[in-house]
Design a protein around this ligand. Sequence first.
Ligand code: SF4
Length: 387
Amino acid sequence: MLAVTESGQTAVNVLLSLDETYADVMPVRLNENSASAFVSIMRGCDNMCSYCIVPFTRGRERSRPISSILDEVRMLSDQGIKEVTLLGQNVNSYRDTSDSTIYNSIDTKLTPGFKTVYKPKTGGRRFSDLLDKVSQIDPEMRIRFTSPHPKDFPDEVLDLIKERSNICNQIHLPAQSGNSEVLQRMRRGYTREAYLDLVYHIRHRIPDVYLSSDFIAGFCEETELEHEDTVSLMKEVKYHVVYSFPYSMRQKTSAYHRLKDNVPDDVKSRRHLQLRDLFRQEALKLNLKEIGSTQLILIEGESKRSPLDMAGRNDGNVKVIVPNTNIPESCADISTRKIQRGDYVVVKIRSANSQVLHGIPLYHTSLTEFYNKDNLITEQLCQSSAL
Ligand code: SF4
């Protein structure tokens, strides 16, 4: 298309290839005012959730070769980016099969109680291999990923999250519903019990993990009792972030052909608002527990509400607001400087609401320094003397 424009013509193409991974198209960053970036690792999806249009518009699941992803992350690190989110419809079923000399005989092992509509994938390098390599590029760069499907959560991925301080302790675990019959109509491939078992397994392996989720309110034929199961699942799991939507039917999907979109709009809307309010109540309780804790935040920039404040995010991706002030260069340094975008800052949390934490910035640090266990005693002394 660029070649066409060289001859003075306009080139426009809105068609998205169903098989291309666009691996060789290196994105150009136009927004230089950001400390974070997104890196696409795969395209398409092989799941066939009955409500979803993605498999029809984006095609079959295909993964971008590891080498091109690593090149892009290195380039972002060189540009000073401090946080990268690996993006895909189903990131943890990533498989790089581009190098035929690398044969990985480990099949994709499904989470117990989960099933798929396709055969287990074999060969190539898996998401845990990618996460391992990406997290080693720059120990000062935070790594997140979204969106995973709950069916592929091998312990290797959980162990990497626990072991590597630059892989954030945050997992998005889209549930969509808390009722097994609704989940079956949605063709999600798991039951309420299997999902909850996975949540307990993850929390057992990573006790301080932050969980987020997606829910659909008023899916086809959803009864009041089925909706109540979603309410009780949300109460049981306690998510830090929930994205909920009233169901809206899409043409071409299996739900469009086989199910009835028969929950009235006002009922969908009421159920959606109930889920949203419940999430806020539960998130407030979780955030209030953070008061008094000392956290590492990555500064994103000035707060949208006040130029006197700076906004950042903690490991769990919760927004933290701090006064825009001069603070010590480091734990052991008395010279001070202003807080800037891309800085790692140690913060004492002082107050919270359901969406945001507020804190006092103590001093500048680096990600490796903050998590260095040998520094623990010095850091604790610094944190108490800075207060
Ligand atoms: S909801 Fe997600 S996993 Fe299901 S078909 Fe759509 S993109 Fe794939």
